[in-house]
Design a protein around this ligand. Sequence first.
Ligand code: HEM
Length: 383
Amino acid sequence: MNDPIPFDRLNFFLEHLELDPDSPDGLGAHRAAFQQAGGEFGRHFCQYFLAIERTRLILEQGDNLAQLEKILAQWFHGLFSQNFSQEFLAYLWNSGARHVQLSLDQRFVNMGYAVTRDFCHGVIEKSVPSAEQEQVAKVVDRMLDFCILVATDSFITMTSRCDRSMIEGIAHQVRNPITVIGGNIRRLQKQAEPGSPAQQSYDMVLKENQRLERMVGDIAAYTGLFQDEPLSEPCDLAVLLEEARSWVAARGLLDGVELTMELDPAHSVALGDREELVLLLRYLLENAAEAVEASEPLVRVSSGPGSTPGFMEVAIHNTGRPPSQEDMEQLLSPFHSSKPMGTGLGLPISALAARRNLGALSLRPGPRGGAVCLVELPAPPEN
Ligand code: HEM
C-alpha cells in the first residue's frame, strides 16, 4: 500500500486530456451543482451495485455499504472541487489499490464510471442552461476519462506487482534448496568411484541442479525488467556489446567460440535503456554461443539500417542447426528450449527487452546455415 504513486505518468495523462489544474476549465460556476449532488450520487451508485449479485456480496460485507456511500459522496464532491490536486490524484490512485485488495473486478469499476457519466449528464440537463450544456458535458467527460485512466493504471501496476512478487518469492524460496542440493551432490561426487554408475547419476543431478540455478537467475532478470520504466538514451552498440560479451565470457560460455563484430558506423547507436539493451544482447550472445556448431564455432554480430525509417538493426549470426518452424513460432514462449540444458527464458527475456524499448526481435535460418537473430531498435534522429 505504500508503493510510490507515478505522478509523472498521471500528470502526463492530465496534460494530454487538456485538464491543466492551473487554468480555467469551462465548468466555472456550474461546479456547485455537482458538489451539491455528492450525497445523491453516493446513494445512486450503491443502489446500482446492490442490484448486481457479485458486487452486492462485496457491499454487504461489514459496513462496506455505508462506508462506500460516504466515500463516493466525498469522492464526487472532491472531483468537482479539488481541481486534480496532487492530493486528489493520490486519493484516486490509492482507490485502485484498495479495489485490488478487495479483489474487485476492474470491469465493475469501469461500469461504475459509466454510471457516474450518466449521473453527471443528468446533473447537466437539470442544472446547466442549454446553451452551455455541450461545453460542460465535454469537460466532465474528459475528467471522467482521466479518472478511468488513473484507475486502470493503478489496477495494472498493482496486479502486475502482485504477480511479480509471487514469482520473485518462488524464485527466492527455490534458491536455498538448490544451493544445498548442489553442495551435497558435489561432496558425494568426490567420494564416488570415477566412472561408476553412482558418479554418472551425481553428474546428471548436478547438471539439472545447475539448470535450475540458471533458471532462478533468468527469472530474476525477467522480473527485474519490470522494476522501472525504460529510459530512452543514445547507446553506443560497441559499448553495449562489450559489456554483454564480457558477462557471457566470464561464465565460460564463449570458450572456444570465435566471436566477430562487424558494426556499420552509420548504424551503431540505438535509442533505449542501456541496462535493458545489455541484458537483451547478453542473452542473445549466450544463446548464439550455446547453439553453435561444435566443428565450426562461429558467432558474428553485425549492424545496419532497420526495416523502417528511424530504426536500426543488430543481427547475431551463428553456425549450427537452423531454427525450426516451431522455434521461430515459439520465440516468445517462456520455457520452450531447443537446447537440452536451456532454461527457455533467454529469448523471451531478449524479446521482452526489445519490446519494452519499442523494438522487435525475430529469428530465422541464416543465409549460409545456422541461425540469425534480428533485433530492430529505435535509432536517434539523423542530424
Ligand atoms: C467510479 C468508480 C469507483 C470509484 C471512483 C471508487 C472510489 C473509491 C474510493 C475513493 C475508495 C476509498 C479508497 C481508500 O480508502 O483508500 C473506494 C473504496 C471502496 N470501493 Fe470503490 N470506487 C469505484 C467503484 C467501486 C465499485 C463498482 C465497487 C463495488 C461494489 C466499489 C467498492 C468499494 C469498496 C467496498 C471500498 C472500500 C470501502 C471501505 O474502505 O470500507 N467501488 N472506492
